[in-house]
Design a protein around this ligand. Structure first.
Ligand SMILES: NC(=O)c1ccc[n+]([C@@H]2O[C@H](COP(=O)([O-])OP(=O)(O)OC[C@H]3O[C@@H](n4cnc5c(N)ncnc54)[C@H](O)[C@@H]3O)[C@@H](O)[C@H]2O)c1
Length: 357
């Protein structure tokens, strides 16, 4: 019996998570897996109900579970609260830190059926299969923050810090991942300006001695942003620090046609967390327009990384390919001649294809 903590969160999180649960239940039926789903509040929904974005009860449930499935949190309604009580700073970051989730894995894979949905020319994006590994519990997002009065106004400071130990653990994970793939690892930093990036680069270079079979390429982050558009196929595994990874993965998501396609796994602690790379999309929330595939593909990553069930994980991914080949599309990936479906219908199509495999 696998215990899964289910945190739908806010906005479209409430619409997409039930579709991923449906698909996991169908997987249970097909592969004889037993799941216990227990839901808890997080983000704005938790603030409204309890006054705090990450209630102790939710954190305890995550710690007691075998994996966590998160939708998305945040929205304009809570943007003016004191920073520590907002969904992002008050729930998402502490949850990652308290569960020790220092590595965020975001596969950017272009599905053949979506090649025309990508904003880039076919010959540029054809066949891309990139794994971005983003450090998730260090750097600027977790550094000291200061606000002080100075003559003429104020001064705000965010501190960017990385330690050898933080870089080594994410570095080794990235080398291991590249070793299982095409053995090319791009380490993205800003070593020509930042001291923390110089330590990052020195540490990655030293680690490579342990992985002589993996090619290590250092790249400045501004160049990486350009290369992701110019020639994305050169990338196999990319490893980078927290903020650079946050930005580059949103960019990488568009190579695949929509941010609604990008799944993610956050690992490093006893319990891993799986969530789509996108946010709560307040602009389309409540309209059944949200694409649930990123969340469904995150559930596949859960079966692979947390439950070691490669067959079930691959079956979900295959069902998603089948649904796309049959022309079903949510508005974000809609193309001429395709069949427009809403969030629920997309979930049902995936279940149908999965059970038919
Ligand atoms: N992990 C998280 O929970 C997370 C991540 C990023 C942003 N956020 C929060 O989400 C809120 C909105 O942020 P944002 O607008 O910058 O980013 P967003 O990812 O929510 O939305 C960006 C754009 O992509 C579209 N989009 C996103 N997911 C989609 C899906 N599944 N299907 C179809 N279209 C989709 C949205 O409609 C919007 O136009 C903010 O409060 C932000 O802090 C949360």
């Amino acid at each position: 019996m696998y215990k899964i903590a289910v945190l739908p969160g806010d906005g479209i999180g409430q619409e997409i998570v039930p579709e991923a649960v449906k698909v996991l239940q169908a997987c249970g039926e097909k592969f004889g897996l037993a799941f216990e789903f227990r839901e808890a509040l997080v983000g704005g929904a938790a603030i409204d109900a309890t006054g705090h974005p990450l209630p102790e009860e939710t954190l305890n449930l995550c710690r007691e579970s075998d994996a966590v499935l998160l939708g998305a949190i945040g929205g304009p309604k809570w943007d003016n609260l004191p920073v520590h009580l907002r969904p992002e700073a008050g729930a998402l970051l502490p949850l990652r830190k308290k569960l020790g989730l220092y590595a965020n894995l975001r596969p950017a894979v272009l599905y053949e059926a979506l090649i025309d949905a990508s904003p880039l020319r076919q010959e540029i994006v054809e066949g891309i299969n990139i794994l971005v590994i983003r450090e998730l519990t260090g750097g600027l997002y977790f550094g000291e923050k200061k606000r002080e009065k100075i003559p003429g106004g104020e001064k705000a400071t965010d501190t960017l810090t990385y330690t050898t130990q933080e870089i080594e653990r994410i570095g080794r994970l990235a080398f291991e991942a590249a070793r299982k793939r095409r053995k090319v690892l791009h380490s993205v930093d800003k070593a020509n300006v930042l001291e923390s990036s110089r330590l990052w680069r020195e540490t990655m270079t030293r680690l490579q001695e342990e992985y002589p079979d993996v090619e290590l390429i250092h790249m400045y982050v501004d160049n990486a942003a350009m290369q992701l558009v110019r020639w994305p196929r050169q990338f196999d595994v990319i490893v980078t620090e927290n903020m650079f990874g946050d930005i580059l993965t949103d960019q990488a998501s568009m190579l695949t046609g929509s941010i609604g396609m990008l799944a993610s796994a956050s690992i490093g602690g006893k319990v891993a967390l799986y969530e789509p790379a996108h946010g709560s999309a307040p602009d389309i929330a409540g309209q059944k327009k949200a694409n649930p595939l990123a969340t469904i593909l995150s559930a596949a990553l859960m079966l692979r990384y947390s439950f070691n069930h490669e067959e079930a994980a691959a079956a979900i991914e295959k069902a998603v390919v089948r649904v796309l080949e049959k022309g079903y599309r949510t508005p974000d990936i809609m193309q001429p001649g395709c069949r427009l479906v809403n969030t629920e219908e997309m979930g049902e199509r995936v279940v149908e294809e999965l059970l038919a495999l």
